[in-house]
Design a protein around this ligand. Structure first.
Ligand code: NAP
Length: 332
């Protein structure tokens, strides 16, 4: 098949392109070439989707499939206007849902009003709603829209999945600081499983809108798997969420954060139902496999962490917590 990846120089896009090449397809990636290298075996067309004519170099032929990781509605509107393809795949996000509190929502859950990217999580979700609409207006019945939850796996620039197994493998001392939020849902999906499934959707013309998350797993279980993968003997110290917030620890992602930890207002965010995608062949590998692979991959990298607590931050926070709660409870 002739496959066009709109993107392909960053993480998921490159994974999609590499897997498409491995499956024997003829793959072109279109990007500015700023995010990183394109996958071996693909051809990179350098172009800027901000320009109205940005897709001109790939609009003169028809494609069997276009795979798009865009975040900007204007990029998607131009793509569905200018490109000719049998099947359109849009990678969307679980951030499209208006209700972040209710667990167990399926694809019929109410969406945010469509909007444009504005640098906030709501803006990101609203922009993806607009991207989805643009695709559905032209390709309804011939498109796959994947509302992805948190992705993990080798190559992840965000380090959210890598932090926990790495932290257990490399504790800053005798204890590992964790949020006292053991019941909170996590639902990590391996990027390789999403990429494989999207290519299967293309090959088998599986169309529709799908939540694509990993199995819903309580935080306590996720951390237990991370501890088993990381090894070591450090005790976990669950610290109340209010205390963490008061001490400047961020939720979810980024520096000085406890990755995957969500505010109570986001309790349903990682608990979407992905039954429709599972029935259509999405097959998440065991969490332990993803965490083992991402730990191994991360150990070979020499760059700053994008997420989590630095050793000194964790030691300082644990010291402050024990000072606030003398004799307070390490456990594992
Ligand atoms: N990470 C997660 O946990 C998660 C969760 C849910 C959904 N998602 C979705 O998964 C996808 C991730 O995609 P990704 O990993 O490949 O990363 P990404 O950072 O979203 O990739 C953006 C791609 O688009 C290209 N691009 C950006 N602006 C462009 C422009 N003006 N003109 C041409 N190309 C442009 C970039 O390449 P250049 O910079 O080289 O141009 C890059 O290849 C996204 O759709 C994201 O919303 C991710």
């Amino acid at each position: 098949m002739r496959i066009l990846v709109l993107g392909g120089t960053a993480w998921l896009g490159r994974e999609l392109a590499a897997r498409a090449v491995a499956a024997g397809h003829d793959v072109v990636c279109l990007a500015r070439g700023e995010a990183g290298p394109h996958a071996p075996g693909t051809r990179l067309v350098r172009a800027d989707r901000d320009a109205d004519t940005g897709l001109a170099a790939v609009a003169d032929r028809s494609w069997d499939a276009v795979l798009d990781v865009a975040r900007r509605p204007s990029h998607v509107r131009r793509a569905v206007r200018d490109l000719r393809t049998g099947h359109y795949v849009l990678v969307s996000t679980g951030n499209v849902y208006a209700d972040t509190l209710t667990a167990g929502q399926d694809e019929a859950g109410p969406l945010l009003p469509p909007g444009d990217e504005n640098g906030t999580p709501e803006g990101y979700g609203a922009a993806k709603v607009a991207c989805e609409r643009a695709v559905l207006e032209v390709y309804e019945g011939r498109c796959t829209i994947a509302r992805s939850g948190l992705l993990g796996g080798p190559g992840d620039p965000h380090d959210r999945a890598a932090y926990w197994p790495w932290r257990f493998a490399h504790p800053s001392g005798a204890e590992v600081l964790v949020p006292d939020a053991g019941a909170q849902a996590t639902a990590l999906l391996d990027v390789r499983d999403l990429a494989s499934w999207l290519l299967r959707c293309v090959a088998e013309t599986v169309a529709g809108v799908f939540n694509t998350t990993g199995p819903v797993t309580p935080m306590a279980e996720h951390l237990a798997v991370a501890a088993a993968v990381g090894g070591g003997t450090a005790r976990t110290v669950p610290v109340p969420e209010d205390w963490l917030r008061e001490h400047g620890v961020e939720h979810w992602a980024g520096r000085r954060s406890l990755p995957l930890w969500l505010p109570e207002t986001m309790a349903g965010f990682c608990a979407h139902r992905s039954d429709r995608a599972y029935a259509a062949g999405l097959a998440p590998r065991p969490l332990s496999d993803t965490l083992s692979d991402v730990l191994l991959w991360r150990a070979g990298l020499d760059r700053e962490w994008s997420a989590g607590l630095a050793d000194t931050e964790e030691r300082d926070l644990l010291g402050a917590w024990h000072a606030d709660r003398p004799g307070g409870g390490g456990q594992r």
